[in-house]
Design a protein around this ligand. Structure first.
Ligand SMILES: Cc1cc2nc3c(=O)[nH]c(=O)nc-3n(C[C@H](O)[C@H](O)[C@H](O)COP(=O)(O)O)c2cc1C
Length: 372
């Protein structure tokens, strides 16, 4: 009976009650990852997606790749959506496969806003809080190109976008997901509203931290209206800087503190905290503590720590009560059975960056699991 002792040593492997009847079998979360494998006109998941997620169902919770809430939300190639019947049907196969393995899966709802491009919008300008070019790059069907100056949403059009989120949340239920997560980072639409450099609005959706956070909370309330309490998570990255800069604006940090402080009032499932601005950058011990110490006291509900973590740091974070769950992205690409490898303290495989966003089955479903 060596197994129970090992589990005891590793709080990451303890079950966790997320609330609303959802008990996770461990605290190892698979972080959302865009893998750009939906190479079909319908932007629907394929059998390859079903197999990919099934392989990773040993996670306590899977958060799906960011998935488009509407055609207007699209801003990258070969990424699936959750706005058509065909997509709902295809996602149902994914969720069934995960459930058949005893896993749980949330859909990550995404809208790229200004990070989209007219190439995705039949030549129309993408929507944004304000007409400010975010100054990034975007992969369109015509290749890598610069972002352009988007069009500012009117107040009425903001209500339309909130409705797109609500409708995608309904679709996520129809597709059999266990909940949804709002993508509120990486320069996508919700993060654009939070950022004073991109949100110059003078109406109720701009100005103060409260104004810039209004859109996020309206979306959250609409989606919680569909799902009920404790089934809607929020992933944000307070330390994310704009463009190539490494400077984190104090105003951006402040609005995230504001959001965290008020999140509890909206009955979310969890706050998913990305502690650095770039995927796969190792978080230093100091950064980790700063971030968790800042946000943990602000938000009393379940907290998922993310970015640059491994088995040891993940266990330490949970043991010390700095977070309740820990998410891993890159490690889940090359180690589909990550919790089992943690449990047995097996070596971890390296993932191949060249196949992160392309390659069909290569680098997607062909990483082996260890033998049972
Ligand atoms: C290939 C890849 C795709 C990603 N796509 C998304 C995404 O769709 N939505 C999201 O919120 N984060 C996305 N991320 C960020 C991850 O969820 C995570 O925050 C980041 O990789 C840090 O975690 P890690 O150090 O364990 O890899 C992506 C990361 C990778 C490596």
């Amino acid at each position: 009976m060596s197994l129970p002792q090992r589990i005891e040593e590793q709080p990451l492997l303890d079950p966790y009650d997320l609330g609303a009847g959802l008990r996770l079998r461990n605290r190892v979360v698979m972080a959302p990852m865009t893998r750009a494998r939906a190479r079909n006109a319908a932007l629907a998941p394929t059998e390859l997606h079903t197999e990919y997620y099934r392989q990773r169902a040993g996670a306590g919770l899977i958060v799906s790749e960011g998935t488009w809430i509407s055609p207007q939300a699209i801003g990258a190639v070969n990424v699936p959506g959750l706005y058509s019947q065909e997509q709902i049907r295809a996602w149902s196969a994914v969720t069934s496969a995960v459930h058949a393995e005893g896993g749980a899966i949330f859909a990550q709802l995404a809208h790229t806003g200004a990070a989209s491009h007219p190439d995705f919008q039949h030549g129309r300008l993408p929507v944004a809080p304000s007409a400010v070019n975010p100054g990034g790059k975007v992969f369109t069907p015509n290749g890598l190109t610069d972002t352009i100056t988007p069009r500012a949403l009117s107040t009425r059009q903001i209500a339309d976008v909130v409705e797109q989120y609500r409708s995608a949340a309904v679709n996520a239920r129809l597709a059999g997901f266990d909940g949804v997560e709002l993508h509120a980072q990486r320069g996508y639409l919700i993060a654009q509203f939070l950022n004073p450099a991109l949100n110059l609005r003078t109406d109720a959706y701009g100005g103060s931290a409260e104004g810039r956070a209004r859109f996020l909370f309206e979306v959250l309330d609409a989606v919680v209206g569909v799902w009920g309490p404790h089934r809607v998570g929020v992933k944000f990255a307070p330390h994310q800087a704009l463009g190539e800069s490494d400077e984190v604006s104090p105003e951006v940090l402040a609005v995230h503190e504001y959001v965290a402080g008020r999140l509890d009032d909206h009955s979310p499932a969890y706050l998913h905290l990305m502690m650095t601005r770039r995927p796969n950058v190792r978080v230093t011990e100091a950064q980790r503590l700063d971030s968790l110490k800042l946000f943990r006291p602000l938000y009393r509900g379940p907290l998922i720590a993310n970015a640059g973590l491994d088995q040891e740091s993940g266990n330490t974070i949970v043991r010390e009560g700095l977070a309740d769950l820990v998410s891993f992205a890159a490690l889940f690409i090359s180690n589909p059975d990550l919790p089992r490898r943690f449990e047995r303290r097996l070596p971890l495989a390296e993932s191949d960056r060249d196949t992160f966003y392309q390659g069909g089955a290569d680098g997607y479903t062909d990483y082996p699991s260890v033998m049972t």
